[in-house]
Design a protein around this ligand. Structure first.
Ligand code: NAP
Length: 283
């Protein structure tokens, strides 16, 4: 495994396991298999509805807590965000069965972001969240909490894959000391990612799959990746990326695939702001 060091000194694996869209009844099994395959970074969220199952898998694994890096995420909160954020955090922690998380992220750039961030700064100072960050923040939204608060987000988790590479956003984050983390590193298979000739040819040259090429390309850019799979053989495949390297020419070939656009949706689209920003989780 390789690691990145966040802006507050916290060390984070560069590759982890994401559990979005894994049904709660399948999550304990999947996370147990991921831990057995060697993953130590787990990425969940209150909104995924599977924090309890992640917690059960952690508990039964017997892996020392210090060897794990657990991320969960805060959904959009009603005002007063300070109180509601702490309550939401405590609920997530109880569901996970943990006494701290390694990374707590604001899941969406909506609502009273500054109120949510102030509460997260307190959680961070109290050692309950070793690092705090955000997700889905475009550069303008990211710089706002940086210039108006004390603690700079350690991470911004954003859609990043060969068809939407976010290199300019990554440059800005690097300048600001914010670690980029990719969600949807495989674009969830959209745009025929797994049969894209450029990626397939690079894989053939290394005896690696398209999935491995994509993950290798991400971590070579210094992007933390969290591929999701419910299949043990793919979990093993996705973590087997530390024994080869893309050449400069191969990195340049992947760069040609960038469309500069999301394959999912734009967080700046007013319809999405209303849909996601107006949505509340059940308690
Ligand atoms: P993803 O990792 O891009 O793609 C997952 C898909 O790829 C699944 O259909 C999976 O199928 C398939 N797959 C996995 N490994 C494969 C392989 N080696 N060969 C072929 N197919 C493979 O999608 P994602 O789950 O959306 O993103 C990853 C993680 O990012 C999530 O789990 C979540 O933790 C996080 N995320 C965060 C946000 C956010 O707003 N912050 C949004 C989305 C996701 P099988 O499961 O059947 O193998």
């Amino acid at each position: 495994m390789e690691y990145v060091t966040l802006n507050n000194g916290v060390v984070m694996p560069i590759l982890g396991f994401g559990v979005y869209q894994i049904p709660p009844e399948d999550t304990e099994r999947a996370v147990t298999e991921a831990l057995a395959a060697g993953y130590r970074l787990l990425d969940t969220a209150a909104a995924y509805g599977n924090e309890e199952a992640v917690g059960r898998a952690i508990k039964t694994s017997g892996i020392p807590r210090a060897d794990l890096f657990v991320t969960t995420k805060l959904w959009v909160q009603d005002a007063p965000a300070r109180d509601n954020t702490r309550r939401a955090f405590e609920t997530s922690l109880a569901r996970l069965g943990l006494d701290h998380v390694d990374l707590y992220l604001i899941h969406q750039p909506y609502g009273d972001v500054h109120g949510q961030w102030h509460a997260m700064e307190s959680l961070n100072r109290e050692g309950l969240a070793k690092a705090i960050g955000v997700a889905n923040f475009h550069p303008d939204r990211l710089v706002d909490p940086i210039v108006n608060n004390e603690i700079t987000p350690a991470v911004n988790q954003i859609e990043t894959h060969p068809f939407f590479q976010r290199t300019a956003d990554q440059d800005l984050m690097r300048e600001r000391g914010v670690q980029i983390q990719s969600w949807g590193g495989f674009a969830e298979g959209r745009n025929d990612l797994f049969t894209t000739p450029v990626l397939r040819d690079i894989g053939l040259a290394h005896g690696k799959s398209v999935a491995q090429v994509v993950l290798r390309w991400l971590i070579q850019r210094g992007v933390v990746a969290i591929p999701k799979s419910v299949r043990a053989e793919r979990m093993a495949e996705n973590i087997d990326i530390f024994d080869f390297e893309l050449t400069d020419d191969q990195m340049a070939a992947v760069a040609t695939l960038d469309t500069g656009s999301s394959l999912f949706f734009d967080h700046r689209d007013p319809a999405m702001v209303e849909r996601l920003g107006g949505h509340r989780l059940d308690a």
